[in-house]
Ligand binder design. Structure first.
Ligand code: GLY
Length: 417
């Protein structure tokens, strides 16, 4: 209660004026935070086995990442690995996935308490830190919150707080109030591209309001989510990948794909970014419209006739060569993690459906088709991700985010049991 009072009394907008509606914002955020701690225990066929194997799985993950670390050039971040040739691809800190490697190491450290994993995470965080000033990307939520956000959750430090707040400010510079969105990709003058993936960057902004008392971050996140709800979704609750807005008027110019099969198809990872994003929106605001949106997306995904029995989606729900199309294991990791959180807000029947589905996904990902044998896959955990099919990059390879959300989903399952 003392903390709640402090937050209310210290709340200021970026102009320095007290914002009355902000009291409501902070009240909702505080209540959400408190009520998140009361969660029901979840079980489905396979849950017990996954939970019983958890220590072993995280030990395996740590050993794999130590192998990966041995092959990592200094200052570089893992991107993917090609088992057929034994070749790696690495990135610099500006690549959208740079936060997943330290984030995964920290999730492993949390479960194993293996200090070597923590030390490697801290080493690479120092390389990543400069991205807090990167205003040329919308991916700062992925990059900085999965990494520094996790580090700060495990061992809060003033420097992490500064890095995260600076990152939130950098991300906010891409917000256009006329469009009502944060810009995803820079494009031709006058065009303003927003991708569904961008929903994943909003969690950083909620965190920033909570710790700074500046409600402008919160309002940016809510406005972005509302605009996205209005324009990204089709009547069946699948989503477009890219919306091209007129930067001057906010009018929609066109709706299309970049990473999916076709403009009107349902690119699997885009669908699950939306599911995860609106689940976070409900957690942070307790506004029921976001819960309804997340439930509607879950319904679209779980009832889709092209969702295979092992619940690892094809890379696009409308890929032309189903059932021989490639699957995207990363989409399953993200979906499992999102469904487990959503199950804690949903009614009893939906919660059971979500936990059953997430457990099936995690069981599938844990079998030898997807989870690499020890010492294989270049040290990555999950095989058979599809990064960018149309560009023919990272196709049927491991992906850092496939690993990260697999670990997060396992942690969530453990915490719910
Ligand atoms: N643009 C992020 C992704 O490939 O999912």
């Amino acid at each position: 209660m003392k903390r709640t009072f402090f937050l209310f009394s210290s709340l200021r907008g970026s102009t320095g004026k007290t914002i009355t509606s902000s009291v409501t914002v902070l009240l909702v955020m505080t209540l959400s935070f408190i009520s998140c701690t009361a969660q029901r225990k979840v079980q489905a066929p396979g849950t017990k086995e996954l939970v019983a194997a958890m220590d072993e799985t995280f030990k395996y993950a740590g050993d794999q990442y130590k192998l990966l670390a041995k092959n990592l050039p200094p200052e570089k971040f893992p991107k993917t690995y090609f088992p057929a040739t034994g070749k790696y691809e690495f990135s610099n800190s500006g690549w959208w996935c740079s936060g997943f490697y330290p984030g995964s190491l920290l999730l492993m450290y949390e479960q194993t308490k293996d200090k070597a994993l923590y030390d490697d995470a801290i080493r690479i965080l120092q390389v990543l830190e400069k991205e807090k000033l990167n205003t040329g990307t919308h991916d700062l939520g992925f990059m900085m919150f999965c990494s520094f956000g996790t580090a700060n959750r495990l061992a809060p430090k003033p420097e992490y707080k500064e890095i995260l707040l600076t990152s939130a400010k950098s991300l906010s510079t891409r917000f256009n109030p006329t469009v009502g969105c944060i810009k995803s990709w820079d494009a031709k003058p006058g065009e303003f591209l927003v991708i569904i993936d961008n929903m994943m960057n909003l969690e950083l902004l909620f965190w920033a309001t909570r710790v700074s008392g500046d409600s402008s971050f919160y309002r940016t996140a809510v406005t972005h989510a509302n605009t996205t709800m209005q324009h990204h979704f089709r009547p069946d609750n699948s989503s477009y990948h890219v919306i091209n807005y007129d930067a001057a008027t906010g009018k929609v110019i066109d709706k299309r794909t970049a990473q999916g099969y076709a403009n009107e198809s349902a690119w699997a990872r885009g669908q699950v970014w939306g599911l995860y994003g609106y689940t976070v929106m409900y957690r942070e605001t307790r506004d029921k419209k976001y819960l309804d949106q997340a439930n509607a997306i879950a319904k679209f995904l779980l009832n889709h006739p092209n969702l295979p029995a092992d619940k690892i989606p094809y890379w696009d729900f409308n890929a032309p060569n189903i059932p021989t199309a490639l699957k995207d294991a990363s989409a399953a990791s993200i979906m499992a993690s999102a469904l487990l959180e959503l199950s804690t807000y949903a009614d009893k029947t939906s919660a059971k459906t979500y936990v059953d589905a997430a457990t099936t996904m995690l069981t599938s990902l844990s079998n030898s088709t997807y989870k690499a044998a020890p010492g294989k896959n270049g040290g990555f955990l999950i095989q058979h991700g599809v990064g960018h099919f149309p560009a023919k990059t990272e196709v049927d390879t491991p992906l850092t985010y496939g690993d990260y959300y697999f670990l997060e989903a396992l942690k969530r399952l453990k915490e719910l049991n």
